[in-house]
Design a protein around this ligand. Structure first.
Ligand code: ZN
Length: 193
């Protein structure tokens, strides 16, 4: 009986107020809201990864927010609907709200890794706001340690790469754009005006 009731209550709480009633827990700088016991099993790892990432960002001279909320959406549908996210997006950082929203932790684990995804998104909350997308994404990938398998775009213009990163037409193109952004960061390419 309770098992049937609890998930729907969680949905209502998510819609009305992300900060109330849903299962959540906190560390020194993070609050994580989960909606299933399957995701809650990853909490210890998630907190450890986030606190470590925060420390690493500070040692790089970046400024992560003092408090960050992580919302782990209960289903792919909820995640996509809430963020109007394309099929291949796994997580998103919102700088204004100091918030990270993700698909289920198990889904992150299957695509790219839980720790890497959290590090990537936290990087976006700490990076300078005025960086172009390629620098932000390439740097986030480098910081996270994610492994990319896209083939680099050769001779692509900065504006074209920015456009692909902003509105990738497919997962394959996004993988190539991210790999190219990482390469530009590794090569320490200058930002053009
Ligand atoms: Zn990113």
């Amino acid at each position: 009986m309770h098992r049937k009731i609890l998930p729907s209550l969680s949905f209502v709480c998510l819609l009305l107020s992300p900060s109330s009633a849903a299962p959540q827990s906190s560390s020194a700088h993070f609050r994580i809201q989960t909606f299933s016991s399957a995701d809650a099993q990853y909490l210890r790892r998630a907190f450890k990864a986030l606190e470590k990432a925060r420390k690493d960002l500070l040692s790089l001279g970046l400024n992560p927010p003092q408090r960050v909320t992580v919302i782990v959406h209960p289903t792919l549908e909820r995640f996509q609907k809430s963020l109007e996210a394309p099929m291949f997006e796994a997580a998103r950082a919102n700088r204004n709200l100091a918030r990270i929203e993700t698909q289920r932790f198990r889904a992150l684990e299957e695509h790219g890794g839980l720790e890497q995804t959290l590090r990537h998104e936290l990087f976006h909350l700490a990076q300078p706001a005025n960086w172009p997308r390629w620098k932000a994404e390439g740097s986030a990938v480098r910081f996270s340690g994610e492994r990319l398998n896209g083939v680099l775009f050769e001779n692509i213009s900065e504006s074209k790469l920015e456009a692909l990163l902003k509105n990738p037409p497919s997962r394959a193109v996004l993988a190539r754009a991210m790999a190219t952004a990482l390469e530009w960061v590794v090569q320490n390419r200058a930002i053009s005006d």
